[in-house]
Design a binder for this molecule. Structure first.
Ligand code: UD1
Ligand code: UDP
Length: 367
C-alpha cells in the first residue's frame, strides 16, 4: 500500500460525478484519501443526491463556503484548503475541471509542499470572458500532473509551453462514470414514466452558463430556438433547471414556452437515462457534451465556442450560438447525421491510470 497522502477536492455537481470513479478505485485499491468538499454547491439536488446515488463517502472536511462573488468564494476556499493540506501533511492534491473550487485547490497547493494533479487538463474554449477558461489555464500552469483526456488537449498544453514531463493522456473519467452507471440507470431509473416520456420521443435541454443565462436576451433566444425545434419535431422538451437559471427566469420575468417543461435538477442515474433516450439534447454544459457523445445521442451546443471540439469533429455535436434561427438550423443539421461516431474520451480506465501516475510519482520524488 502506498504511503502517499492524497487529498481530493470537489465542490460542484460535475466534480462529484467525474471524481467518483477515482474515489471508487481508491476504495478498491485500499488507498486512503482525505475528501474535501468546498461547499460551492450545497442544494441537495446539486450535491447530496450525488453522494447518495453514487454511494460516495461523507467528506472528511466540509468548508461550507456557499455562493458569493468569485473573489470572496475563491478566497474562502483557498484558506480552508491551505489549512487542511498543511494540517494533514498532504502529498498530492487532486482537483477536477474548471470551477472556482478547482482554482482555489490549485492556488493553495501550488504555494505548499504538495503536488497538484489536475483531472481534465488542457481544455480550452479560447474565450477568456468565461470564468472557467481562466480557472483552467491557471490550474494547468500551477499543476504538477496534468491528466489530459485526449491527445488534442495534451497538444494544447504543449502549445502553451508546458513541459512534457507534466502531461499524461489518460482519457476522461466521465467515460468510467457513464460505463459504471448506464446499465444501472436503464434498470433502476423510472424517470421516463415519471414524466410521461417515451424513448426517442422527447428533447432534453440544460442551460446554466453564466454568459447565457445572466443575459436576458440570450436566455430568451435559447428558449425560443428550442421551442421552434420542439414544434418542428412535434416533441416535448424536458428541462431539469439549474437554480441559477431558475432565479434568472424569475428575475427577468421570462415566460417559458409551453413546449418546455421545467423540472427540478435530476440525480445522475435519472439524468443519464434521459440523455440515453432523448432524440436530441440541447445544452451549454461541458459534461453533457461529453456524455451525449459517449451515449451516441445527437447534441446541439448553445454557445459560441466549445472546449470539447473532439465532440464536433467526430460528428456528435454542433455548436450553434444562441440565435433562434441558428439553433433550429443546427438541430436539423445534427439530426441528419449518422449516430455511429467513435467517442474520443478513452476506454473507461482513466481513474486507474490517474492513480497509477499519482501514487508512484510521489514515492519516487521523495526517495
Ligand atoms: C458553477 C461553475 C460552473 C459549472 C457549474 C456546474 C464556477 C465559476 N462556475 O456554476 O463552471 O459548470 O457550477 O453546475 O465555478 N446555487 C444554488 N444552489 C447551489 C449552488 C448554487 O441555488 O447549491 C445558485 C445560487 O444562486 C448561486 C448560483 O446558483 O449564486 C450560481 O452558483 P455558482 O456556484 O456561483 O455557479 P454555477 O452557476 O453553479
Ligand atoms: N447532471 C445531472 N442532473 C441534471 C443535470 C446534469 O446529474 O439535472 C449531470 C450531467 O450528467 C453531467 C453534469 O451534471 O455529468 C454536468 O454538470 P453541469 O452541466 O452542471 O456542469 P458542467 O459540466 O457544464 O461544468
Amino acid at each position: 500500500m502506498s504511503d502517499t497522502r492524497i487529498a481530493i477536492v470537489l465542490g460542484t455537481r460535475p466534480e462529484i460525478i467525474k471524481l467518483s470513479p477515482i474515489l471508487r478505485v481508491c476504495d478498491r485499491r485500499d488507498v486512503p484519501y482525505t475528501l474535501v468538499h468546498t461547499g460551492q454547491h450545497y442544494s441537495d439536488e446539486l450535491d447530496s443526491v450525488f453522494f447518495e446515488r453514487l454511494g460516495l463517502p461523507e467528506p472528511d472536511y466540509h468548508l461550507g463556503v456557499g455562493s458569493g462573488t468569485h473573489g470572496a468564494q475563491t478566497a474562502e476556499m483557498l484558506t480552508g484548503i491551505e489549512e487542511i493540506v498543511t494540517e494533514e501533511d498532504i502529498d498530492v492534491v487532486v482537483v477536477q475541471g474548471d470551477t472556482n473550487s478547482v482554482l482555489a485547490g490549485a492556488i493553495a497547493t501550488s504555494k505548499l509542499d504538495a503536488e497538484l494533479g489536475h483531472v481534465e487538463a488542457g481544455l480550452r474554449s479560447f474565450d477568456r470572458e468565461m470564468p472557467e477558461e481562466i480557472n483552467r489555464i491557471l490550474t494547468d500552469h500551477a499543476g504538477d500532473h496534468l491528466f489530459a483526456p485526449t491527445e488534442e488537449s495534451a497538444d494544447l498544453l504543449r502549445d502553451e509551453g508546458i513541459d512534457e514531463s507534466r502531461i499524461y493522456v489518460t482519457g476522461n473519467t466521465i467515460v468510467d462514470a457513464v460505463e459504471a452507471n448506464r446499465a444501472l440507470a436503464a434498470e433502476k431509473s423510472t424517470v421516463l414514466d415519471e414524466y410521461d416520456l417515451t424513448a426517442g420521443g422527447f428533447i432534453l435541454m440544460t442551460a446554466h452558463r453564466a454568459e447565457n443565462v445572466d443575459d436576458r436576451d440570450r436566455l430568451v433566444n435559447i428558449l425560443t430556438g428550442i421551442d421552434r425545434i420542439a414544434s418542428e419535431l412535434d416533441q416535448p422538451v424536458v428541462y431539469p433547471i439549474h437554480p441559477r437559471t431558475r432565479e434568472r427566469i424569475e428575475e427577468f420575468d421570462i415566460s417559458v414556452p409551453e413546449t418546455i417543461r421545467l423540472i427540478e435538477p435530476l440525480d445522475f442515474l435519472d439524468f443519464l437515462r434521459l440523455e440515453d433516450t432523448a432524440s436530441l439534447v440541447v445544452t451549454d454544459s461541458g459534461g453533457v457534451q461529453e456524455e451525449t457523445c459517449i451515449l451516441q445521442t445527437p447534441c446541439v451546443t448553445v454557445r459560441d465556442s466549445t472546449e470539447r471540439p473532439e465532440t464536433v469533429s467526430v460528428g456528435a455535436n454542433t455548436v450553434v450560438g444562441t440565435t433562434p434561427g441558428d439553433i433550429v438550423d443546427g438541430a436539423r443539421a445534427q439530426l441528419s447525421k449518422p449516430t455511429d461516431w467513435d467517442a474520443p474520451f478513452g476506454d473507461g480506465n482513466a481513474a486507474e491510470r490517474i492513480l497509477d501516475i499519482v501514487l508512484p510519482s510521489h514515492t519516487e520524488n521523495k526517495r
